[in-house]
Design a protein around this ligand. Structure first.
Ligand code: SF4
Length: 289
């Protein structure tokens, strides 16, 4: 399948949060429309592929629209959206990003995220959550120090489990080991890091996994596709090949009990630093028992 790249200026780049993001942030921000990780492991169950407003009928992972003027659009919207967010949502919090990855390989050429982060150093939100599936996040370490001085910054690194491969599915965009290394590098730079185990995949050695998470991150979020993909009973994900591949590895992993077992284990390993589903994404963690 070929990749269709287009460049398109946008008039607005800050989207007021709705749906599952309502308790997480006041706004989301997508530097790109589409995601070239759509053909990797995370793209298999990715809920965005069901959003026709984003895909406009094209296959997920087959297109990418580069929002070349995203930083200028941010500057233009900043004052009005910050005012609105502080008035109606208490604070101006940005989730970067919910329907693409800010650090796609194409970012190297187009630099849309880099210019946006530069703009945020000048005009910071009250809080910024940077969500990614790739170790490429460490390429902008130089920007994160000034950014962290200007806003409450936290990184969500998605690591869905301890396996790089599930039967019949493509490999991840970034290996489990490389994402752990990226988390460690961010944390070593004094930055706040949360590992988002979302969607939870079958683990080979869950205790060892959470012990590694405890070393490289401030907290962990465990999220199953049932209850986590925004549809009743995980219907959206059930329409993809992901559950079948998970069941091949461990039939128990497709049930919500599996999430609860993993949460209990995570709480043993890192008490007070475990969040479940949307509460965890919003930064609410279970108290240590
Ligand atoms: S990086 Fe995020 S948006 Fe892109 S395919 Fe993976 S899960 Fe979907």
């Amino acid at each position: 399948m070929s990749l269709v790249l287009t460049e398109a200026p946008v008039s607005r780049i800050l989207t007021r949060a709705s749906g599952f993001l309502l308790t997480v942030s006041s706004h989301s921000l997508q530097p790109y429309r589409g995601c070239t990780f759509g053909r990797t492991l995370c793209g298999v169950g990715c809920y965005v592929q069901h959003n026709r407003w984003v895909t406009r009928g094209a296959a997920w992972g087959s297109f990418l629209e580069i929002r070349t003027n995203a930083a200028d659009a941010y500057r233009e919207q900043y004052e009005a959206e910050r005012k609105w967010a502080r008035r109606t949502r208490n604070e101006f919090t940005i989730f970067l990003s919910s329907s693409t990855d800010p650090f796609l390989p194409q970012e190297e050429r187009f630099g849309v995220t880099r210019r946006l982060l530069d703009a945020m150093c000048e005009l910071p939100p009250d809080a910024l959550i940077i969500q990614t599936h790739t170790d490429r996040v460490t390429r902008y370490l130089d920007l994160y120090r000034p950014l962290a001085a200007a806003t409450r910054l936290r990184f969500h690194i998605s690591i869905e489990g301890d396996r790089d491969r599930l039967p019949s599915l493509p490999p991840p965009a970034s290996s489990v080991a490389r994402r752990f290394e990226a988390a460690a590098a961010l944390r070593a730079a004094g930055l706040r890091v949360v590992i988002t185990v979302s969607p939870l995949l079958p683990m080979a050695e869950p205790r060892a996994f959470f012990e590694r998470v405890a070393e490289v991150a401030d907290a962990v979020v465990v999220d199953h596709y049932i209850g986590g993909d925004g549809s009743h009973g995980g219907a959206r994900t059930l329409a993809t090949p992901l559950p079948r591949a998970m069941a091949c590895v461990d039939p128990a992993s497709v049930g919500l009990d599996y999430r609860d077992r993993m949460v209990a284990l995570a709480e043993e390993v890192m008490p007070g630093r475990v969040g479940v589903s949307i509460d965890g994404f919003a930064g609410r963690f279970r108290p240590a028992r």
